[in-house]
Design a binder for this molecule. Structure first.
Ligand SMILES: NC(=O)c1ccc[n+]([C@@H]2O[C@H](COP(=O)([O-])OP(=O)(O)OC[C@H]3O[C@@H](n4cnc5c(N)ncnc54)[C@H](O)[C@@H]3O)[C@@H](O)[C@H]2O)c1
Length: 258
């Protein structure tokens, strides 16, 4: 099991400046989308950076539902900035874009398709060191702050694909439930369905011991390796949470809309 590092708590975002200071970051790339750049989650993050004397630049052109083109724009920004740490504040779109920006700016001679999943890309293993990436999720569905996956639409083939490697998993996820209070109703509902689908997929996935052939080296082992007894416990727990709360929320959304 490759476990992710997260810190959870209402208001925990305020600590991000201290975390970056503790990492010795001197030049941070803060990524978000246009909509969020005017909202309290990003403001709270910037206040913490200023308070702790962290030098940062903002990239707020993240595309909601990223594409290869939008990934490449973010990668260009990251390459030019020569950053020593990355900070993603947003939903899966922002966190995934930031992972790609960190990866390709750390591997500047790679072609975009080198790390994209085969057969669309070459699915090369990542062997270069990446910069630290802190993710502050503002939605509650993708769990991108815990995964080594970055998803995008590959426009040319009209397919949704991604990059999957443990190397792009955020160094730290700061999970602050206060951010979800700003989500529009539809984003709450869709995030809830994301949780439902992730949990169902995990629980019904082929068990890890039934997958074959075994990769030739641990570095080529896929990010998702099938279900296992521990992921089953979490998947069932997530399904119970969805069963209890998603319907309750949807009812309040319907009455709001009426
Ligand atoms: N990397 C992974 O492991 C993984 C897993 C599942 C999905 N994904 C990807 O994540 C993307 C979807 O991410 P998402 O559902 O988190 O949403 P998102 O990042 O696409 O954002 C959706 C919308 O909600 C807004 N928003 C987000 N948080 C808000 C807040 N707190 N207050 C107000 N507005 C807010 C955004 O500005 C945007 O307009 C898709 O591209 C999907 O493929 C990634």
């Amino acid at each position: 099991m490759a476990v992710s590092t997260i810190r959870y708590g209402a208001g925990v975002t305020k600590e991000v400046g201290m975390d970056l200071q503790n990492m010795g970051a001197k030049n941070v790339c803060l990524m978000t989308d246009k909509n969020l750049s005017h909202l309290p989650p990003v403001q709270t993050v910037m206040d913490s950076l200023v308070k702790n004397g962290i030098n940062f630049k903002v990239y707020d052109h993240v595309r909601v539902e990223p594409t290869d083109t939008s990934f490449m724009e973010a990668i260009e920004f990251a390459k030019k900035g020569a950053f020593d740490a990355f900070l993603a504040v947003g939903g899966g779109s922002t966190i995934d874009t930031c992972k790609a920006a960190n990866l390709y700016s750390s591997s500047p001679d790679s072609d975009f398709l080198d790390y994209v999943n085969a057969p669309i890309g070459k699915g090369k293993p990542v062997t270069v060191p990446l910069k630290p990436l802190i993710a502050v999720p503002t939605t509650s569905g993708t769990g991108s702050e815990t995964t080594g996956v970055a998803i995008f639409d590959y426009e040319h083939l009209k397919v949704k694909t991604g990059i999957a490697s443990r190397a792009i998993k955020p160094t730290l996820g700061l999970v602050d439930p206060l951010h979800t209070l700003h989500m529009p109703g539809r984003v709450v509902a869709n995030s809830g369905f994301d949780v439902l689908c992730h949990a169902l997929e995990s629980y019904t996935a082929l068990p890890y011991h039934m997958r074959s052939p075994c990769p030739s080296s641990p570095i080529t082992r896929p990010a998702y390796q099938g279900s296992n007894p521990i992921s089953d416990i979490w998947a069932v727990h997530a399904l119970r949470i969805v069963a209890k709360y998603l319907k309750r929320y949807s009812r309040s959304l319907t009455s709001e809309e009426e």
